[in-house]
Design a protein around this ligand. Structure first.
Ligand code: XMP
Length: 326
């Protein structure tokens, strides 16, 4: 019978056998997989593990803090946060093409992580104890999708930020390689990973960068972050987190429409709600959220978020529409 305790015990033994007294590095993204993989490795080898969180400025409200505070407190891992917000903003300056955004974000992520990695590796080497291992939160479906090759550092490059270049000479530690997502969640809970992280809905690696239709700026990110927080608060408050697959919130930064507020005319941006139901993100249907909930979300966003004067609902299934707008 499958049971999280047994899997944890097996994996802890396997990790210890693989890394011995070696030092291990792990990039945390705020997502479930990297968080659970790191928690497992930490259980196995404690402070031989160092985690790195790259803050690219495209995270949602509170996500960095969830990792820095809740996660670190409950798991006890050593974490280094690299604040790369300015770097990403200037790399994305004026870029509107979605694939171009993805490329830039992926490239900057790798650069940033490699810089942190190089520093840590040099530090460890100076102490005569080099870092030789890298944790990856690869799941079984990823293994199947990429042809099932043995643990190389050539991560599926399609659209996962966090992929590493081919020439990294690390041995990979992949404690989730035989597991499905729901099993990873069960193990995470057993290890004490905070529920906000364990039950997190999918969120794209390029983050809010691909939820601003138009160029990414600090001001637009602030607007979107605020609207997204309202949507998440209301969905959670309505008890609907388990019923929807994910709900992208999109800022149409290059669109303006006329509105009226108080006794003045406004000329602001629309926010799109994209709640979807899905099994695997390959196909999806738009979720029929209760009208009262939609009304509350709309009222709150237009009242609380500056520069937004309209909220619209995306009622397109996938296909033909993708889940994300970019
Ligand atoms: P689409 O928009 O293709 O999204 O219907 C399917 C699923 O993939 C997520 N997604 C991404 N995840 N990097 C990611 O890590 C990306 O560039 C990316 N684009 C889409 C999306 O959120 C949905 O869950």
């Amino acid at each position: 019978d499958w049971n999280p305790g047994n899997v944890i015990a097996d994996q802890v033994a396997a990790i210890r056998a693989q890394v011995g007294t070696g030092r291990v590095l792990c990039a945390l993204s705020g997502g479930v997989d990297s968080a659970v993989a790191a928690a497992l490795v930490h259980k196995a080898v404690g402070d031989q593990l160092v985690c790195v969180l790259v803050d690219h400025g495209l995270l949602r409200e509170g996500e960095r803090e969830q990792v820095e505070n809740d996660y670190v407190d409950s798991i006890g891992v050593r974490l280094i946060t690299v604040d790369a917000r300015e770097q990403f903003l200037s790399a994305l300056d004026g870029v509107t093409d979605p694939e171009q955004k993805r490329k830039i974000i992926g490239r900057e992520f790798i650069r940033t992580f490699e810089r942190a990695q190089a520093e840590l590796v040099a530090e460890a080497a100076a102490e005569g104890d080099p870092i030789r291992f890298l944790v990856q939160g690869t799941l079984y479906p990823d293994v199947v999708e990429s042809g099932g090759g043995a643990g190389t550092a050539n991560i599926k490059s399609h659209h996962n930020v966090g992929g590493l270049p081919d020439d990294v000479e690390f041995e990979l530690v992949e404690p989730l390689r035989t597991l499905f997502k729901d099993e990873v969640r069960a193990i995470g809970r057993e290890l004490g990973v905070p529920e906000v992280i364990v039950s997190r809905q999918p969120f794209p690696g390029p983050g809010l960068g691909i939820r601003i239709v138009g160029a990414v700026t600090a001001e637009r990110l602030a607007i979107l972050r605020q609207a997204d927080l309202i949507v998440r608060q209301e969905l959670t408050g309505a008890g609907l987190d388990q019923d929807i697959w994910q709900c992208p919130v999109v800022l149409l930064a290059d669109v303006r429409s006329v509105g009226v507020q108080g006794d003045g005319r406004t000329y602001g941006h629309p926010i799109v709600l994209r709640p979807v139901s899905s099994e695997d993100a390959m196909t999806a249907d738009w979720t029929r959220l209760p009208y009262d909930l939609l009304a509350r979300i709309s009222n709150r966003i237009t009242n609380e978020v500056a520069d937004v004067n309209r909220v619209v609902l995306d009622v397109t299934s996938k296909p033909p529409g993708t889940i994300e707008w970019e």
